[in-house]
Write a new protein. Structure first.
Length: 213
């Protein structure tokens, strides 16, 4: 019963306009199927190989999101089916996604990853580069920038997390239009704070599936 109960608990805590990405990395297919049969359709993976394998083995109406850092040489493996790429953190990667999307006769939705945390290990565009990157991306016919994504610093300092999420919301509000509607921020530990700051999509793993295998 665990996974279904956890999923329902998370879902009941979300506003109806907030999308839930169930982060299923390292979890066995049986766990994903429990969530799937309980009504969850969007799953997020952060390793290309695992994503490809699961997409082959699991029901075809699952909506797959690539949520981890994506290397350009791996894009070709997920381009045929991926629904949304969260972590687009360079123009080089945008170009590659566009190229591979074109080869597959698709338009792939992307989120620009914005660096809002104090940790230098996190990837992403500078807040000041977002508008320029969106206008450069308009040249690419086979990708669509549909929003922004950011990860807050991993810290117990709630105020800092709120400020970081808020800094991304401010940028999002300046670029939001009829195409750019998704603000992906918030994970198991901080998604409630993220929603309070305006997140429209949360990436929740351990609160649904338990801690990482």
């Amino acid at each position: 019963m665990g996974i279904e109960n956890n999923l329902n608990t998370v879902l009941s805590s979300l506003d109806k306009e907030v999308a839930l990405v169930a982060v299923s990395k390292t979890k066995p297919n049986s766990d994903l199927l429990l969530a799937y049969h309980a009504g969850q359709k969007i799953f997020g993976e952060n390793k290309v190989q695992e994503l490809v394998q699961k997409a082959e083995d699991l029901p075809k109406d699952i909506i797959w999101h690539m949520i981890g850092h994506l290397q350009t040489n791996k894009v070709k493996f997920i381009a045929p089916f991926v629904s949304l790429i969260h972590g687009v953190d360079s123009i080089k990667l945008l170009k590659e996604i566009n190229k591979r999307a074109e080869q597959n006769n698709r338009i792939i939705d992307c989120l620009l990853q914005v660096h809002i945390a104090t940790e230098s290990t996190k990837f992403g565009f500078d807040i000041t580069d977002v508008e320029q990157t969106i206008s450069i991306a308009k040249e690419f016919q086979n990708i669509k920038i549909v929003g922004l994504m950011g990860m807050a610093t991993f810290t117990d300092n709630k105020q800092q997390v709120i400020q970081e999420f808020n800094s991304l919301k401010v940028v999002f509000d300046t670029v939001k239009n009829e195409h750019i509607t998704t603000l992906s921020m918030g994970m198991s530990g901080d998604y409630q704070l993220a929603i309070e700051q305006g997140s429209t999509m949360v990436r929740v793993g351990s609160a649904i599936f338990g801690h990482r295998n």
